[in-house]
Design a protein around this ligand. Structure first.
Ligand code: GLC
Length: 546
């Protein structure tokens, strides 16, 4: 097996809470993942990335970890995790697990020890504890703001009931940030990598990689709200101002600081000491691409998520620019492409929703699968699912709660997957209810229903992956050229041409060669010499405008 298998891999993201349950639970578990794995392998992907299943009070859906080296009982046991890794390997799938180095749960033994230890103790130094401002210390130590809204500091209470110091949390108060300048923190975090490597995993997706270092002078942040807005996907509209706003992140007090690369190099050294075919992919919402490239220097991460592409609006110019920017510096590592994940709206929803949003999502998936590099597919994308309008009473995301409902949060994209049957829970579990309710309309979108429908999104993705696989060492090994012609985006790779029409209306084009793949349900239009709106075609030969 090639040590650089990830260069052109397709990686499927499993969100264990919502993938599949093995019994009557309303939430998913690891045995459920094992049960569903063969269907994922049958899609033709190379690897799966599992979002956290570690011990957690679930204040942030498992990204608040109380024991990094154990499995939460609601997901199963360490034996289940080992069985899952083996099952994946037997199916020819690599396993990437989530790694959360920026923060822990407030229930983590270290944080509990810190709360019970004196100011300036070693226990407190593993976190960021500071005195408050003002004569009675009742104001936060500085103006830093949490990604989940409100101050990034919470005040503690001393054993005698008096108000105490404040601690830093870039996310929810239940997720205190650790202090990576502390050697014990470094040691322990690196031990977690070793632990999972010893269990046989093939790589890590590194959560909030851009946040690991803080300005240890704890000075105020200029435009603290602007900094948080800069990483809010819902505020990005592709305008020059929204691009400019993203640059606020560079070397700010809390994000994308130069010092963090030292920690990244420590992680990479651990990986390199194990095997040469491991992969690490950084979650780092940084901009411009030159900042992103710093994370994938030869002794740092192998990959970084391409958020530039993920936020690009449905428009040839934006998509073409994002693709060209990414491909411009291929020497900086292999490109990655993702259209959504558990933190973003589903791609069909982001592109307008309804039949049109789904048609666009299908077209964009086909375009993406023709690009060089690795593609990350979030569970349910292959079913063409849209976000669900979750009732307020079910909403669980701290973003919803901490914004007082002003921001809907991420629950809409986290609803348990529909597998089979015509009523909830659609084979997700033997229960009829799920932790977030599934809509009845999903009856026609179950994996079972889509397997039987030749033109379903599931079969489209499977076909695209098949062709990608067949051509990966030949045509798709060639560097693409990208051309924009009005609403047409044309990608040429050797003797394969991929054309996407982002417009509503059909566009006349002349083609030579055969239609290999059409993102639309009905492909007869090819014969008529015009590509329908919101459609991608893969063709042998070339295209031209008549
Ligand atoms: C990452 C995760 C997100 C989580 C946050 C805090 O951005 O993807 O789900 O809420 O980190 O851990």
């Amino acid at each position: 097996m090639s040590s650089t298998w990830w260069h052109d891999a397709v990686i499927y993201q499993i969100y264990p809470r919502s993938f599949r349950a093995s019994g009557s639970q309303t939430q998913g578990d690891l045995q459920g993942v094992i049960a569903g794995l063969a269907s994922i392998a049958a899609l033709g992907v190379d690897a799966v990335w599992l979002s956290p299943f570690y011990a957690s009070p679930m204040a942030d859906s498992g990204y608040d970890i109380s024991d990094h080296r154990n499995v939460d009982p609601r997901f199963g046991s360490l034996d289940d995790a080992r069985a899952l890794i083996n099952a994946a390997h037997e199916l020819g799938l690599r396993i990437i697990v989530d790694y959360v180095p920026n923060h822990v749960s407030d229930q983590h033994v270290w944080f509990q020890e810190a709360l019970n230890s004196p100011i300036d103790s070693m226990e407190r130094n593993r976190f960021h504890f500071r005195d408050g401002k003002g004569s009675d210390g009742s104001e936060p130590p500085n103006n830093w703001i949490s990604v989940f809204n409100g101050p990034a500091w919470t005040r503690t209470t001393n054993a005698d009931g008096s108000p105490g110091q404040w601690y830093l949390h870039l996310f929810a108060p239940e997720q205190p940030d650790v202090n990576w300048t502390n050697p014990q923190v470094q040691q322990d975090m690196l031990d977690t990598l070793r632990f999972w490597l010893d269990q046989g995993v093939d790589g890590f997706r590194v959560d909030v990689a851009m946040g690991m270092a803080k300005d240890m002078t704890y000075a105020d942040q200029d435009d603290a709200q602007g900094l948080i807005d800069a990483i809010r996907l819902d505020l990005f509209d592709g305008s020059p101002e929204s691009f400019e706003r993203r640059e606020l992140v560079n070397n700010s007090r809390i994000f994308d600081r130069d010092e963090l690369h030292e920690y990244v190099r420590m992680m990479r050294a651990v990986l390199d000491s194990y095997r040469d075919d491991l992969v690490s992919v950084a979650e780092a919402w940084v901009y411009p691409p030159e900042r992103a490239h710093r994370y994938i220097r030869p002794d740092e991460f192998h990959q970084i998520f391409n958020f530039d592409f993920l936020v690009a609006p449905w428009d040839t110019q934006h998509l073409g620019d994002a693709i060209s920017r990414t491909l411009a510096d291929m020497t900086a590592g292999t490109p990655t492409w993702a259209l959504d994940n558990h933190d973003t709206p589903r791609v069909a929803t982001r592109l307008g929703g309804g039949p049109e949003g789904v048609a666009r999502a299908r077209a964009l998936m086909c375009l993406t699968l023709a690009l060089p590099g690795s593609v990350y597919i979030y569970q349910g994308q292959e079913l063409g699912l849209e976000d669900v309008n979750v009732p307020d009473s079910e909403r669980d995301d701290p973003v919803w709660h901490r914004s007082g409902g002003a921001q809907l949060g991420r629950d809409g994209a986290r609803v348990p997957l529909p597998w089979a049957g015509d009523a909830p829970s659609f084979g997700f579990s033997t229960s009829t209810t799920t932790w977030l309710s599934q809509p009845h309309q999903w009856a026609s979108l179950t994996r079972e229903a889509q397997q039987a429908d030749e033109q379903s999104t599931l079969n489209l993705v499977r076909r695209a992956l098949d062709i990608r696989h067949d051509l990966r060492d030949t045509s798709l090994a060639q560097h693409p050229t990208v051309t924009i012609d009005g609403e047409l985006l044309i990608l040429r790779r050797d003797d394969i041409t991929v054309v996407t029409n982002t417009g509503q209306d059909p566009r006349p084009i002349s083609t030579t060669g055969d239609l290999l793949l059409c993102s639309r349900r009905v492909s007869a239009d090819h014969a008529q010499g015009s590509i329908p709106g919101n459609t991608t075609w893969w063709l042998t030969g070339s295209v031209s405008r008549p």
